[in-house]
Design a protein around this ligand. Structure first.
Ligand SMILES: [Fe+2]
Ligand SMILES: [Fe+2]
Length: 352
């Protein structure tokens, strides 16, 4: 253990040094606070044994500086005055001990050993907290990844039959998470919607190919079946105890509801539509408009934004739309950063 002995009186330094060295400590000396700080800047120390009254910076001021600059060092004050007030002042400012001169061998050794022990326990405690915090971070990351993997694997089953590409569903999760972040949701909620929103069309797995992949407009009867992908999706995901799947069920059920109540399955209007459903409805339409499909060209940004604005309060929640437009650059960036992997022409595109 390395100890820095600081006292303006050489005789005291020599005395302390002798006591400490005899007990196996490595001792460095300093005669004033400035020199002590210079030494601390270049050499690692475990403990500083400091005089209080010195010319220049006092021991108390030095201790405050040490606490700010090198907080892992234990400081024990050595005082010329036996004052309870002074002792309390030192302890309040973080001193690990307070010894009164003239120092006796056992008094100084006990104070030093106690201070070093307390410092060691504090460092161990902090290490343990650091390890724990890292573990929690790793596990959170793992949970997030497994959520997204489950969601994407579930979807891959239906992906090939549908007009929605893997990149589209991933983008929906990213836009929805961005919206959650802008709305001030906590990380848990944001992670949840990132994994849940991509499942909005999972119910299409129950729509027959002849409808899903029909070349041409759907008949009224076929539309009725097509629309059931909302309730079928909700049925696939319902009764889960896992929050992101519960959210996925609400999104599947509500992502074609419209704010003015004219959507389907037509159970809700306005803010009765769960917020995550209103978010997904908005970003799903935005992404579909901007994407190229075999039955349509990608709309320009102006066209897409013009359509969204025209649907304010009709299809879309006006407050959410305003937030979306106010932070539009962030959503656009998600679109640009996550392009479709396949040329749209290669994908059998039908359906909604
Ligand atoms: Fe849908
Ligand atoms: Fe979609």
């Amino acid at each position: 253990m390395r100890i820095l002995v600081l006292d303006d009186q050489e005789i005291i330094r020599v005395q302390l040094k002798r006591i400490l060295q005899k007990s196996g400590y490595a001792v460095t000396e300093a005669s004033d606070a400035r020199t002590a700080l210079e030494i601390l800047d270049r050499e690692p120390m475990d403990l500083v044994l400091s005089d209080i009254r010195m010319p220049g910076m006092t021991g108390l001021e030095l201790m405050k500086t040490i606490a700010a600059r090198v907080p892992d060092i234990a400081v024990v004050m050595v005082s010329g005055v036996d004052s309870m007030e002074m002792a309390m002042e030192c302890l309040r400012h973080g001193a690990y001990g307070y010894v009164v001169k003239p120092v006796d061998t056992s008094g100084i050794l006990i104070a030093v050993a106690n201070a070093l022990r307390r410092r060691m326990l504090e460092l161990e405690h902090r290490d343990r907290e650091g390890i724990l915090a890292r573990k929690v971070r790793e596990q959170t990351e793992e949970i997030r990844n497994s959520r997204e993997e489950i969601s994407h694997r579930l979807l891959s089953a239906s992906e090939h039959r549908d007009n929605e590409t893997g990149a589209h569903v991933r983008r929906i999760g990213l836009y929805a998470a961005e919206m959650g972040a802008i709305l001030g949701w906590d990380l848990e909620g944001i992670d949840c919607i990132r994994a849940a929103a991509p499942m909005h069309d999972i119910g299409k797995i129950g729509v027959p190919d002849r409808i899903l992949q029909k070349d041409g407009p759907l008949t009224d009867e076929e539309w009725i079946i097509m629309k059931t992908h909302t309730t079928m999706g909700a049925n696939i995901l319902r009764d889960s105890t896992v929050p992101f799947i519960q959210m996925g069920a609400r999104i599947a059920a509500c992502h074609h509801e419209k704010f003015d109540g004219t959507g389907y399955p037509g159970l809700y209007a306005g803010t009765q539509i769960p917020l995550e459903g209103r978010i997904t409805a908005l970003v799903d339409v935005y992404d579909a408009l901007c994407s190229k499909r075999v039955y349509k060209h990608a709309w320009t940004e102006e066209e897409a934004l013009g359509y969204l604005r025209a649907q304010q309060g009709k299809h879309f929640d006006p407050d959410l739309l305003k937030i979306f437009l106010d932070h539009y650059a962030r959503f656009r960036q998600i679109f640009l950063d996550n392009p479709d992997k396949f040329a749209p022409e290669e994908i059998p595109l039908r359906g909604l």
